[in-house]
Design a protein around this ligand. Sequence first.
Ligand SMILES: Nc1ncnc2c1ncn2[C@@H]1O[C@H](COP(=O)(O)OP(=O)(O)O)[C@@H](O)[C@H]1O
Ligand SMILES: [Mg+2]
Length: 605
Amino acid sequence: MNVINLLSEHISNQIAAGEVIQRPASVVKELLENAIDAGATEINIFIKDAGRTNIVIQDNGKGMTPDDAILSFKRHSTSKLNHVEDLFKMKTKGFRGEALASIGAISQVTMKTKHEKTDGNGFHIEYAGGKLIQKEECLCETGTIIEVKNIFFNVPARRSFLKSESVEFTHIRHEFERVAMAHNEVKLTLNQNDTEIYNLPESNIRKRITDVLGRNSNEKLVPILEETDIISITGFVGKPETSKKSRGEQYFFVNKRFFKHAYFHHAIAKAFDQLIPEKTHPSYFVFFEIDPSKIDINIHPTKTEINFEESKFIYSILLSSVKQALGKYNITPTIDFDIDNSFDLPHSKRNTEPKEPEIKVDPSYNPFSSFEKKNTVHDNKSSALNKQGFGHDPSPKDWENFYEIEDESDKKSNQLIEQDPQYFKQEFLIRERYIITNSKSGILIIDSKRARQRMIYDEMMNQFVSAPLDSQKLLFALEIEMNKDEIDSWKGSESLLKQLGFNFKSDSNKIIFESLPSYLDENDSKTCIENVTKVIMGDDADKGELAHEIVLNLIRSTHRIIQFKTNEEIKDFIERLFSHKDHSFCPLGKPIMQTKSLEELTSNF
Ligand SMILES: Nc1ncnc2c1ncn2[C@@H]1O[C@H](COP(=O)(O)OP(=O)(O)O)[C@@H](O)[C@H]1O
Ligand SMILES: [Mg+2]
């Protein structure tokens, strides 16, 4: 009995759509590329709800005839490829003829288009769930306007996989930025929920990159340039001092198409070797122009990897041109080309009065809700957290009975601190940091700085669950320039960060801190903010670990020494330390105390 069917075009389009269109950002990418391929010099994008409900892309490209407009929604319909050989000469972004068919299969699409050679009316068609609903003549300008509504309306499983609005919009923004950087000749706008996110005039490549990156980025760029028979390399690398703790501003384009390439990335990293601190990443914007037959772009539509025939050669000239550019920059400062300076003007909001920060607390918010599950995974972070007994009540213990603690894992440290009351007890403070006191078996040395870190850490981690940590209002708001990803991350973790004492507003290119955690020393605030940025930009940190990491960063930044005035204060301090469950190690995992046994002491004499 035969069991094999041919899938209907409708079903096969839906399956293909699953591959081509993964999220609203894929729609934006495909439609943007179509507009570029159509020769548009102006493209406007309007997004609602991060593309869930509405995506509109309007271009002034060459448009389509009514027949082409209908054909364009059929699978494998393309004007960009006729013969197999064409595959190796691709100058356009698309060539598979799958995008519109896929978009039409999983959403409700309206298209108005008018071909450049048509005198009369344009043409309007509507597609929904892969079916042509309507076609008629209409009035419109030359070019194409496509509206995509209710993406995945007929594939609920996919719709429910969409992430939060901010995540989905970040994806859209990334797709937009990749096209924008490569096509400085096109005027582009991006609007979300009636807010203008980008308005990029036609400009030179340097200005376009700085328009996308934000204020002051111009002076951070060093040009690179290399022409060979095989390839031309142009673009910019960030000056070494602008290297970032988070990756992100790293862009390769080949023939104006964005791609990722670990091997070429390595070449640039190598050129920066020794010039930037460890664990920081250089920025780069590198444009390759190469004969299309020397690259293989015949890859999956959503993948960004591209294979190069001459990759070893390209590696070495990329390395040398970046090195050369950095070398030149060291001797002579970069010269500005025809650049419009207006975007470097100081921001008008600079001098606004700092306002009293408003702190809202969500009483149902439990930062550790997802943490308990994760404890089963034994990575460093969670074991550090584990040590704190998070999720359990803190178990304070008295100074008198601290040596009775019979915790398997803590046996060693408990022996360290045994004391015999019959000895005369006296505490000494060495260099304002180390406390020396008697223990039963000899002497006990406590690093008061680390001890203080332990206390602050425990206090913070216990306190912030129920109330925001103490926050110090700044006399002058602290403005830190950030890129859009970094700003999104701060906004995305705002409630947690507020609980931890960071109160801030955001602008298009900076975060304006109005108050900072009180524990933070003023001089360390910038480094701490940089580190926190890195933490919150990590993909998969859950709330508990995020708090742990951020508090660790706060603690790393506390250099204050304790000014003990009396012996009593030292005694109290030791007492307090031993009331903490994990008094032997600081939150960064380093020992807080050491003992020297009597035998050790005697053997030294
Ligand atoms: N904005 C547009 N302006 C003009 N023509 C377009 C536009 N979008 C799509 N088309 C036409 O529709 C065809 C199908 O588009 P698509 O499904 O994205 O496939 P591909 O881009 O791979 O050819 C394109 O080849 C092009 O001829
Ligand atoms: Mg296309």
